[in-house]
Design a protein around this ligand. Structure first.
Ligand code: HEM
Length: 422
């Protein structure tokens, strides 16, 4: 199915117009989203017009302050320390919240992201367990690394195309390289603002631009059910949700340009920004999220719907056919063997993406159900919390139409013929 057909179906229905689906999905997040849409939209809301939270969260300077001194002093990674494509995890390692060598256990990841940034335990457990089971030797894994040791070798199962600032693997031949034109595009979206704030309003527009840019420039672009719909969306929402500095005046947080640059390892002037691999830094005087306002899976689901409200194309999974601008959407009904319609995906994308991951993992990883069991348990708790319809069997032949599909690609690869770099 072509992208336009999927988008047309989505637009024809809207995200809240499927009463028969309530029994199947009943998503907490979608309810919060609908409430958010009903209330008056405040165009000056720091998080973006109409985005959650409905009321400002609490702010407690003492518990939200993130130390950047003493044991948590910033130290540049040494030659044997591993760093990768996630700026949030790189910064944690550079400040000693994760082991400075870049390799950590599931528990260390969960502790660090919940205590420093205020990620919900549900989301942290999901992300950390997925990494360890699928990309590492079960209990621990690397924030850099290669296939079967860390994120660096996870292209197609975790790391994905059309990320905010990192280039696509087959477009640049490297999945960890920050592309300055992508950074400039984002930075310029607030060039005329009196007080720049890279909030969800800005980021959802940027997300749409990056989705299209990958179609236009990466012949092997793949936007998959789990990597595209779920992981790559997180890469955008996390920028505001975790990097914005909270204060008593703005408890939801404001993400100004200097804070963005610090987290993204960028120095230099507006005309000549310079990126240094692995140098991500938590700025001094930084305050994370309040515990009562943790960024959970339902919260994230709501943000994905918020993005889809103005960028419905992000609900269309699919891939380019070995040349730029040849994007073919994949029918979610076919790929899920009838378990999901396009409207159901539009209503609860996290449900579809997570159920897809659950169903596809044994076949695509080749791992036994015993090895996968810690992850299966976590994924089941996510989907049961959201009342998701399960996918018995994935129709993997529907994915075989994607020439750029790999499951353990990276960190480097040959640049695809016809790729356009900028
Ligand atoms: C255990 C927790 C986490 C895991 C397992 C994780 C994993 C990943 C992975 C696999 C990617 C690559 C995604 C892609 O290619 O689209 C990524 C990218 C990213 N992550 Fe994380 N991450 C975690 C926490 C965080 C946190 C707390 C933040 C923010 C402070 C963050 C911010 C980002 C951003 C902004 C990107 C996109 C980078 C770019 O392209 O510019 N992550 N992360």
């Amino acid at each position: 199915m072509k992208t336009s057909t999927v988008i047309a179906a989505f637009l024809a229905g809207g995200v809240a117009a499927y009463p028969n689906m309530d029994k199947m999905t009943a998503p907490l997040a979608a309810k919060a989203y609908e409430q958010a849409r009903k209330r008056a939209i405040d165009p000056k809301a720091p998080q973006g017009a109409g985005a959650l939270p409905l009321v400002p969260p609490p702010f407690d300077a003492k518990s939200q302050f993130v130390s950047t001194t003493g044991d948590h002093k910033w130290i540049a990674p040494g030659a044997s320390d591993q760093r990768g494509m996630c700026p949030g995890l790189n910064a944690l390692a550079n400040h000693g919240y994760l082991p400075r060598n870049g390799k950590a256990t599931i528990t260390q990841y969960i502790d660090a992201v919940t205590s420093v940034y205020g990620m919900g335990v549900d989301l942290a457990t999901f992300l950390a367990t997925y990494g360890a089971v699928i990309d590492g030797p079960l209990l621990s894994w690397s924030i850099g690394g290669a296939p079967h040791t860390g994120i660096g070798g996870s292209h197609g199962n975790y790391e994905s195309d059309s990320s905010p600032l990192k280039g696509d693997l087959y477009q640049y031949g490297n999945l960890g390289k920050l592309v300055i034109s992508q950074y400039k595009e984002l930075a310029n979206m607030q060039a005329d603002a009196d007080e720049p704030n890279y909030n969800l309003e800005v980021l959802r527009e940027f997300r749409g631009k990056r989705y299209q840019e990958s179609i236009d420039k990466n012949p092997k672009y793949v936007y998959g059910p789990f990597t595209g719909l779920l992981v790559s969306q997180a890469a955008f929402t996390f920028i505001y949700r975790f990097m914005a500095n909270k204060s008593s005046e703005y408890p939801e947080g404001v993400l100004d340009k200097n804070t963005l640059k610090s987290f993204m390892a960028i120095t230099g002037s507006d005309d000549n920004p310079v990126w240094t691999f692995g140098h991500e830094r938590i700025p001094d005087n930084f305050y994370g999220r309040n515990d009562l306002d943790a960024y959970t899976i339902p919260y994230f689901n709501t943000d994905v719907l918020y993005i889809a409200e103005t960028q419905p194309e992000i609900l269309a999974i699919g891939c380019n056919q070995n040349k730029v601008d040849s994007f073919d959407a994949i029918d979610v009904n076919t790929i899920s063997n009838g378990a999901y319609t396009v409207q159901q995906v539009a209503k609860n994308p996290v449900c579809f993406a997570t159920e897809f991951a659950l169903a596809e993992l044994p076949a695509l990883t080749g791992l036994s159900s015993l090895v996968l069991s810690p992850l299966t348990k976590v994924l089941n708790s996510v989907t049961s919390g959201l009342n998701c319809a399960s996918i018995g069997n994935v129709n993997t032949s529907a994915l075989a139409v994607c020439p750029g599909l790999t499951f353990y690609g990276g960190p480097t690869a040959p640049v695809a013929k016809g790729a356009i770099q900028s």
